[in-house]
Design a binder for this molecule. Sequence first.
Ligand code: AMP
Length: 471
Amino acid sequence: MTFSEIGLNPALLAALTDSGYSVPTPVQAQVIPAAIEGRDLIACSQTGSGKTAAFMLPALHRLALQERPLAAARSGGREDGRTAARGRDQQRWQPARPRMLVLTPTRELALQVTAASEKYGRRMHQVRAVAILGGMPYPKQMELLARNPEILVATPGRLIDHMSSGKIDFSQLQMLVLDEADRMLDMGFIEDIERIVAATPEARQTMLFSATLDGTVGAMAQRMTRNALRIEVDAPSAKHENIEQRMHFVDDLAHKNRLLDHLLRDASIDQALVFTATKRDADSVSDRLNVAGLNAAALHGDMHQGARNRTLAAMRRGQVRILVATDVAARGLDVPTITHVFNYDLPKAAEDYVHRIGRTGRAGRSGLAISLVHHAEQFNVRRIERFTRQSIPVEVVVGHEPTRRPQTTKPRPAGRPAWQGADTRNAGQTDKRPAKATAHWRDGLPRAARQDSAHGSQGGNGGRRALASGR
Ligand code: AMP
């Protein structure tokens, strides 16, 4: 199936051609035709699956059908000269009446969605999209709302502020999208979402996207949609088959920092994303890397929105090679040139691991995700492996070996993922590990570490492998 076979508006087809997209992704192939029919949708789909276009294209298609002829649109007010100024003055006192609202959990995702609407709607004359985000100055946002955009993309908290001050009127709203609904609930937005949805017309079309549809999010999805088509393209733990995963054991913080520094000098890295658990660590790791001569920048929720935007723009332009971020960057960030993701700290939730590593291997490319793991965190690794149903091979870099032997559990039969083979009751019975694994750790030194090539090693995902430093 192609986009033109779906029957999308020619202006959208042209924009898709400009972007180099001809074939819909699986989620798009299912969502777009149903959304064009006007159906409510509840979709469970993997990060990086093309879900933004899946809801944005049918929404723009609908708005395109409602576009007035260009000449009428031009003479209709705010577009030119003095009439435009008068229109703006009038508009200042009138609330914005959007026709589409997209709610997202994070500012980054909101900006990403706004950029996507501009990308796909660039051949349309009258579609304006505005992002309403926490952290952005109110006067600037009021100015944006005064343009009466057709599409509002917002984080829930800030949207409520503007609704309360009468700056937004949802009486004309036709489409509501809840993007990454599970994440919004995790972030405690449930009451805000309920309030926003209650202010929109009952006759709206609702599309809800979520990594999971279990529990509260599933119940909310049912409540907010009518006779919704349920689309499940991929489970949240769907295999990122184009992303190779590895982990390295570290003894302590100093070892972790040395190893990270070493791994980041790999020439095969185009751009890298390093995840830390705290904002403070994002700053300090970034500072340390800069002192070490690596081009790094930090990104976290304590930074002003302007600074966050500038950092992301610099990343997109390739001016920053390493972005050190908290989980604010785990979702939504779409920079196809990110070749490597590093978990300096493991995420708290296994699901976040999937989102983090999904920042690489974008748009059909391959990627590498490397986790730096302290021995005491093996339990966390198992949770991730159980969730993803994939085992993460352990690697060793010569010259950066951990002195402590990892406390492996019962050996996994070859090819069997950790979530099936792990049995913590046998922790420490290292004599039962497979010969290959034992060889790596004999006498606390990774014997096989000298054999393989540098980080570019593509030796597949099974078992334990060692990695030479290439120094
Ligand atoms: P998303 O899941 O919306 O974050 O999209 C993931 C990436 O896939 C983005 O870089 C999109 O621009 C890209 N993308 C979306 N639709 C297509 C398509 N039909 N063909 C190729 N790439 C696409």
